[in-house]
Design a protein around this ligand. Structure first.
Ligand code: HPA
Ligand code: ZN
Length: 350
């Protein structure tokens, strides 16, 4: 039971929110198409003369009640249909960066799903070019650095992923990694063994969603077959002690997404979220927003809601912040500079 003396008062909550906002952080698991707010969906639909199956912004929000990952994906792919021009992708990226800069993010590694757009007839360059120009503007005007990750849609065949990697050729110097997203169960990482090998041979880093809904075996495959540098989500790894041991021994980063897990019913209550347990086990967990327009919050809200629900200490929050940089694809020198900023912040704030 929480006694009155231990219960944070509203001033404590304000201090916590302020502490989180000021803490230097990186976001490592963000699908840019998942930052499309309903208002923006209507704006892009209007300027591109696309008709939407929703009467209002409120009706869109009401549709965001999901029982699982597939429920969400169906509406998420439909929403992305309003994105038609490089300017749309640029504007989408800038809107996200403004929000995350206000949340105290210093660096972002963002996913995009090129197949969602090329399968609608847009050239690869529309999404990639618009996002890269938004990223450059965000760095210049907001001071937030970023890197772009190309995700393959795992419900599509491996040949389609190969075609996407080929279409990406002119952009590979501006893409840091490939990833794997979309419907997990029934589409194990091993389905993409060859295309991940090809990406690795081109010098790209590798990440994969695994253990969000899929079993621990999918996390093992991501490590052993794909040889990933990071695991996206990874929640179900906790079901397998040998896997936890492997992940901790390797210092493997898990990009955990608490509000996403709540919205997609991976957990039924944030107070039951395994994040604190992951840290206690020595796993290199990070906090991220996944698809913030759909899941109820951007980066700082994910941190705050989780900190309150799990009673995270400032030391644990600082560890999460350090993990977000040590797990990033920044250079060791860049990472060290961010870690020093966290140390300095923690000293002055405590
Ligand atoms: N999981 C899998 N695919 C996705 C997600 C996710 O959380 N968000 C966008 N695509
Ligand atoms: Zn995701």
């Amino acid at each position: 039971m929480t006694t009155a003396a231990c219960r944070p008062d509203s001033r404590g909550m304000d201090n916590l929110a302020e502490f989180i906002r000021g803490l230097p952080k990186a976001e490592l698991h963000l699908h840019i198409e998942g930052s499309l707010e309903p208002e923006q969906m209507f704006e892009f639909a209007r300027r591109n003369r696309v008709s939407l199956p929703f009467a209002s912004v409120e009706a869109v929000r009401e549709a965001y009640a999901f029982s699982n990952l597939q429920d969400f994906l169906d509406i998420y792919y439909q929403g992305a249909g309003v994105l038609r021009t490089e300017q749309d992708f640029h504007d989408l990226a800038m809107a996200y960066f403004r929000r995350v800069a206000a949340d105290g993010a210093r660096h972002v590694e963002l996913f995009f799903d090129p197949q969602t757009h090329t399968d609608r007839g847009l050239p690869f360059s529309v999404a990639a070019g618009g996002l890269l120009s938004g990223m450059a503007e965000a760095e210049q005007t907001l001071g937030v650095t970023s890197k772009l990750i190309l995700c393959f849609l795992r419900h599509l065949p491996e040949e389609a992923a190969f075609a996407t990697l080929k279409a990406a050729e002119p952009y590979l110097d501006r893409i840091v990694a490939v990833g794997l997203d979309s419907s997990e169960v029934g589409h194990p990482p091993s389905k993409f063994a060859r295309v991940f090998k090809a990406a690795r041979e081109r010098g790209l880093k590798l990440v994969a969603h695994a253990g969000e809904e899929g079993p621990p075996a999918y996390v093992w495959e991501a490590l052993d077959v794909l040889q990933v540098d990071r695991i996206d989500h990874g929640n179900r790894a906790l079901e397998d002690p040998a896997l936890v041991k492997r992940l901790t021994a390797e210092g493997m980063t898990l990009t955990v997404c608490p509000l996403s897990n709540l919205k997609l019913c991976v957990v039924d209550d944030l107070r039951a979220h395994p994040l604190k347990h992951m840290l206690a086990l020595g796993l290199r967990a990070t906090v991220n927003s996944d698809d913030p327009a759909y899941f109820g919050g951007y980066l700082a809200k994910n941190w705050f809601a989780t900190a309150v629900a799990l009673g995270l200490t400032r030391e644990e929050l600082a560890t999460l912040a350090r993990n977000s940089f040590t797990g990033s694809f920044l250079t060791p020198t860049e990472t060290q500079a961010h870690l020093a900023a966290i140390d300095a912040y923690v000293v002055t704030e405590s």
